[in-house]
Design a protein around this ligand. Sequence first.
Ligand code: MN
Length: 291
Amino acid sequence: MKICRFNDNRLGMVEGDAIADVTPALAVIPRYGYPLPNFDPLIANLEPLQKRILEIQAQAPRIPLAQATLLSPLANPGKIIAAPVNYQKHLEEVLNDKDLHHDVRINHIQKAGLFLKAPSSLVGAGQGVALRKLDRRNDHEVELAVVIGKAADNVSRDEALDYVAGYCIGLDITIRGPEERSFRKSPDSYTVLGPWLTTRDDIADPGRLDLEISVGGETRQKSNTSDLIMGVADLIEFASSFYTLHPGDVIITGTPAGVGPIRPGDVMHARIQGLGAMDCECYTFRKCSGA
Ligand code: MN
């Protein structure tokens, strides 16, 4: 099933070029009070939610996909976990380009470990990326994003995929420079997830998916997840050996070679096999006034 969030927090089931507006299905999600749980309520209740969606979808109103503003399929992830340099050719391109490594020692992922991005950096494809620090290079990174479906603590790679709720396209937007990754990659809107959540049962093998991104019609990155150094199951094993993964936690699995600059006005077009395609526009960050 392909589940999206759109417009003013509406819930949709994607069918071809249309969205069935199944917002009333959200009623199966319990109301949580203070203190809030450390999981995403929609993902933690995905099974009853999907059941309810199937019950009401035939009568649901349809709207054209092209007219919807797509939000992040996850509203409240506890952690956004990210893999650095997880494709061999990207590792080589970083090591060979001072604009990318900035004299910071780049380690192989097994040594470097994983890093975290602020959940407040998350937006959907329809919301766009508000670029900051325009005197520095801002880059696109297209990545397979894995959404965790149930609590995972010290999970072995053999059982790791049982803990997956689904997949989506991730964009790990990055300001290049010498600071810590989590700092340079966590401005508001610098994590894009979309276009929707594709549930695990729709993807036979996350280790064999074509992925690509173009900017202004020019292909920048094009690879297949079979080139990942640590695959999806390895990453779940690795991450869950350091901390518990909760429903709605996301792992963005790393980016292939071909990272490149984006500027205000650019439109990124990203596609991952089986997960759909999305356009995401870049604009100039402006501080909110009057708030
Ligand atoms: Mn990345």
